[in-house]
Design a protein around this ligand. Structure first.
Ligand code: MRU
Length: 369
């Protein structure tokens, strides 16, 4: 049979199309030119609805109300919100646009207290602001896009480092959602899962449903299935039994903040997973970009843990499920001591058994907040 010669450009464009098809076909955070569009994560997996924002104060509300969530994602969102604030205050006839802009930045920084990426991104935007004297919008937009792009690149790199640790035939349990939805794209923990899956290493991916917001059942399952990665859900309280049955070799999570001593602050329920891992000889991997490392925070015990409304525990889909009169304690995050973490994976490399000395030695490579 005669072979057909294709011109280079056809091959080039076909490869690009293939790469595009392989990418998740959604973007949780989208800069639309003059507004910010956020995929409303409260409505997933049933409805894919984008909300349009033109004001920073509305974006602060969206972060607080979980329209967008996940540490890197809320940092990126807040960076774009600073651009919205700059547009708003420079187009109004105000001579002093800096004062209301700084007020908006302050409001954004208070939207959620635990994820360090939020203040990290806002400090970066503020540093950028201090370098401009006239119209700041273009410069701020460039910076926000840069933060977004860097996060995707960091995730891809972490995916590779993390997947290298996984042996062929392993199975993993992930928790909450540390995927494309929680980041600029690709994900931290789910970035590792994606890369390990692509390398044909993983047998099974389990996800904990993650009470009370069900990020595992609603979001992780949704985005893995979109990438055609099969996922098996477990109730949160089935995790230790899954380990006892030797069904997983790894627990892989993201982080909202990693303290200077290596303690990991992440979704409530991460700590009991790490405890069970140690007992059962399952490895605990935490994948987090450098922007999640907080070298000014000596230990996880000093991090402010967000307390969320009781109703999130007492009700489901707006309907009360708890006995009338019961109250609820609803911390959104817990602290996993560094001693329970086997690997901390960042875009700059992997730290095995992280501790204060190892993080400090690693520190010179860290971009300061
Ligand atoms: O309350 P959430 O959904 O914002 O909590 C998210 C998590 O705990 C994630 O694991 C963490 O932010 C890392 S996301 C890459």
């Amino acid at each position: 049979m005669e072979s057909v010669e294709y011109p280079d450009w056809i091959i080039y464009y076909s490869l690009n199309a293939l790469q595009l098809m392989m990418k998740s076909s959604f973007q949780a955070i989208h800069w639309a030119g003059s507004s910010l569009q956020l995929l409303d994560q409260r409505r997933l997996p049933h409805d894919e609805i984008y909300l349009d924002f033109t004001e920073a104060s509305a974006v602060a509300g969206a972060i607080r109300d979980m329209v967008v969530r996940g540490a890197p994602a809320i940092g990126i969102t807040a960076a774009y919100a600073v651009v919205l604030a700059a547009r708003q205050h420079t187009t109004s006839a105000l001579a002093d646009w800096r004062t209301p802009l700084l007020k908006d930045i302050q409001q954004l920084s208070e939207a959620r207290p635990t994820a360090v990426n939020l203040v990290w991104a806002l400090k970066r935007m503020q540093r950028c602001l201090s370098r401009v004297s006239d119209d700041p919008v273009v410069t701020l937009l460039d910076e926000a896009k840069q933060i977004h792009q860097e996060d995707i690149e960091a995730n891809r790199q972490m995916g590779e480092w993390g997947a290298n640790l996984i042996a062929k035939g392993d199975s993993v349990l992930t928790y909450c959602n540390a995927g494309s939805l929680a980041t600029g794209g690709y994900g931290t923990a789910l970035g590792v899962v994606r890369s390990a899956w692509a390398a044909h290493k993983l047998v099974r991916v389990f996800a904990g449903e993650t009470r009370p917001w069900l990020q595992g059942a609603r979001l992780t399952a949704w985005e893995l299935l979109r990438d055609e990665i099969p996922v098996t859900l477990i109730t949160d309280n089935a995790a230790a039994f899954l380990m006892q049955k030797q069904q997983v070799q790894w627990v892989i999570t993201g982080a909202d903040r990693v303290a200077a001593n290596g303690d990991v602050v992440n979704k409530i329920g991460t700590y009991p997973l790490a405890l069970a891992c140690r007992y059962h000889g399952v490895k605990m991997m935490v994948a987090a970009p450098l922007s999640t490392l907080d070298m000014e925070m000596p230990a996880g015990s000093e991090v402010i843990i967000e307390q969320r409304p009781e109703a999130e525990v007492l009700e489901q889909a707006g309907r009360r499920i708890a006995a009338r009169g019961a109250s609820a304690w609803n911390p959104a995050f817990d602290v996993t001591p560094a001693a329970l973490v086997d690997y901390l994976v960042t875009e700059a490399g992997v730290i095995a058994a992280p501790d204060t000395a190892k993080l400090a030695a690693f520190h010179p490579g860290l971009p300061s907040a």
